[in-house]
Design a protein around this ligand. Structure first.
Ligand code: SF4
Length: 306
């Protein structure tokens, strides 16, 4: 970390305290951003924490759907995004018409949307899920129901195979997690035979099959801290290395690929956070006719998971 970063961090902490702003960051954020946050978590924990935060102003360091989820769940709070252009290509790959088209064909179906979706998609969703609770949500849905899982085909396939449950799914994927292939992972496992392989369920099923542990970013942190093993191959976005190092110091972490860097997550910088706090920009607003049904889908997820 540079002296310039340290100075910026000090300025951010001062202004954040003065204006009573609560900063929530995702594990894929830059290390220096995780270090100035009041709370760092996966997308499920971020949504829950937004509701719990005592402050009336929340700054969300994450991509757009994360700030939107906070705005949907906390209508009485001001939600700031330091970079509203930071988005998720997978979340944007599906349209409301895609969902309504399926629902028209199968009116009795249950729409389960990954939290990586824009607010208008959540508004036509029955229940949301994240990678940390998708298995819990699917298990709680009526046994013979027809489920349309959107928009991540890999998460849909990996979770439904684990549960032995058939789901229909939208065909899209995270371009960062999809960079991993089976051959590269097999090679890495040969190179590091003592390391355990930790894989995010957004990865291809052929990669997930090789894993010692499959789970969300939060799950990976817990796993490495409690495992007796000393080394781990990490198959998710590189931001996760920082919180694992903090939670499990001394353990050896090997990135499954140096290319696992989400440019949208990394487009948020200390400078942008400082500007956002100084100017109270950009306030994220979700129109009430979208917010209300989207809040129902998110709140149902929280109720099913707790
Ligand atoms: S890591 Fe993948 S799923 Fe997450 S925000 Fe980036 S592109 Fe979207």
């Amino acid at each position: 970390m540079t002296d310039k970063d340290r100075k910026l961090m000090d300025e951010i902490l001062k202004i954040k305290d003065k204006k009573s702003v609560y900063i929530i960051a995702h594990y894929y954020q830059r290390p220096e951003i995780q270090d100035i946050a009041d709370f760092v978590g996966d997308s499920y924990a971020m949504a829950v924490q937004a509701q719990k935060a005592a402050s009336d102003i929340i700054l969300v360091a994450g991509v757009d759907f994360m700030a939107e989820s906070a705005a949907i769940l906390c209508p009485d709070k001001t939600v700031l995004s330091p970079e509203p252009e930071a988005t998720c290509p997978m979340a944007n790959s599906i349209s409301v018409n895609d969902v309504l088209g399926f629902k028209e064909k199968y009116p009795e179906s249950i729409i389960v949307s990954y939290v990586n979706t824009p607010a208008d998609i959540k508004a036509v969703t029955d229940i949301c899920c994240t990678s940390s609770n998708a298995h819990i949500i699917l298990e709680k849905l009526p046994e013979n129901s027809r489920i349309y899982f959107i928009p991540d085909q890999n998460l849909a396939f990996n979770i439904s195979s684990r549960l032995g449950r058939k789901v229909d799914y939208f065909e899209s994927f995270c371009p960062i997690h999809a960079t991993l292939n089976k051959a590269d992972i097999v090679k890495l496992k040969e190179e590091y035979p003592d390391a355990e392989l930790l894989v995010h369920p957004e990865c291809h099923p052929e990669v997930v099959e090789l894993a010692d542990y499959v789970g969300s970013t939060g799950g990976m942190i817990n796993y490495t801290s409690s495992s007796p093993k000393d080394s781990f191959i990490i198959a998710t976005e590189c931001g996760i290395i920082h919180p694992i190092h903090k939670a499990a110091p001394g353990k050896k972490l090997i990135m499954a690929s140096e290319e696992m860097i989400c440019p949208n997550m990394k487009s948020i910088t200390l400078n942008k956070i400082l500007y956002s706090l100084e100017n109270m920009q950009t306030i994220i607003r979700v129109p009430e006719e979208i917010r209300l049904p989207a809040a129902q889908a998110l709140e149902k997820m929280i109720a099913y998971s707790s």
